[in-house]
Ligand binder design. Sequence first.
Ligand code: KIV
Ligand code: ZN
Length: 518
Amino acid sequence: MTKNRVLIFDTTLRDGEQSPGATMTHEEKLEIAEMLDEMGVDIIEAGFPIASEGDFRAVTEIAKRSETATICGLSRANFKDIDRCWEAVKHAKSPRIHTFIGTSPLHRDIPGLSMDQMAERIHDCVTHARNLTDNVQWSSMDATRTEWDFLKRTIDIAIKAGATTINIPDTVGYTAPVESADLIRRLIKEVDGAEDVVFATHCHNDLGLATANSLAAVEGGARQIECTINGLGERAGNTALEEVVMAMKVRGDIMPFETRIDTRRIMNISRRVAAVSGFNVQFNKAIVGKNAFAHESGIHQDGMLKNRETFEVMRPEDVGLSGTSLPLGKHSGRAALRAKLEELGYELADNELMDVFVRFKDLADRKKEVYDDDLIALMRVNDGDEDHLKLVSLKVICGTHGPQTAEMVLSIDGTEHSLTETGDGPVDAAFNAIKGLYTHCARLQLYQVSAVTEGTDAQATVSVRLEEDGRIATGQSADTDTVVASVKAYVNALNRLIVRREKSAPGADVKGVSYRDS
Ligand code: KIV
Ligand code: ZN
């Protein structure tokens, strides 16, 4: 590894997936892991194997399928977690165990350990992990709020016990760039054996400083950045992979660091993570937002036509956005659809293409021009054959003075049921009909509608987040009819909730392990 190579450690599937509502299915996790591997991520943190059977299965399968990336699993600082983690990651060509404990005063209080007891635990756990594999990452959680002397002591112990990567997490997004750089610099200077390990930075974005803090840590000597696609993560999220990677690429003159990331794959994976997590990317998000390369104002457009560099510090192509793109229409054939989908990063088997083609034709019949964003929305729609619930038909009757009426036919495990319900508006009426047909006590946490393109025939994409007994599921759908899209998104969320319910039935899962209670 050259001096200025920075390793990219992606934790979308662990820290990202941990954020409430962002839960992904097993297949979705495998798909995202494959995309991360293909784009050149060095280390994929694939999950927290002790947390649930689902996490264990996903980490195991990702480890088996990994091509180039190191596959890492998270474990709290105890032997049971570490053993479970190893059982999952050991299948990888290059496995890593990541173990951690909260070292700041507030976090030390949780397991009720004295400093000496914690020091002993770190020694024992890193030694135990190191007896299983020679690739062990240690994290002193909440490092940026840990007393200097104790932080240094924990790192000294972890290195002596054999840790090969030392992670310095800013768990609550509290640090600032100067401090972030100084902390790493000082650790590297004062800790014994620092030259034999890689220092990592893991930042959260509570103050909007995660990208700046990560880059500052690299200036200070860190050579691994922990990040997620779209900055997905608990609260305000984690450092966004696309931001740190593009910053180092575009400003290589002042940040002479390299990664192995194929940046042209950024847009595709960003869209896919948004789709499977249900967390839409804000329009003005750096690098991957819908408006990141849009130039609306006259003065900008004029400048852009003369010289793109007037208002662009990077080319859209560098992050995988194709230039101008012609819309498809109802006369477009299967080959044109396949070519367009490939351009957008979707590679489909013949039977999958057939299925999408039917939905594309249906959309093109209702909408004159089908744009890239329409196709992306279409690909996000999940009408799985294995779904318990499916919308068969819906008719809504709206008058100026309510209530509105929804007549619905829903297929439940293959049998059709119908009901007419009223509500305060068509969406409310339709949701009441779903509740009448399929009794459940899930609470609606989020209902979000956005137009995919311009015009009154634009598709609406709808996200619905439901919560039931602490389990959260997000469903999405798109349709030119907003009420239909809303119902399908609700049904999609319910289907995901049912799967989650089945997985957490007694004996099926050991979910409920808290990540902070080591
Ligand atoms: O934010 C954090 O401290 C973490 C650790 C488990 C590394 O995610
Ligand atoms: Zn974190």
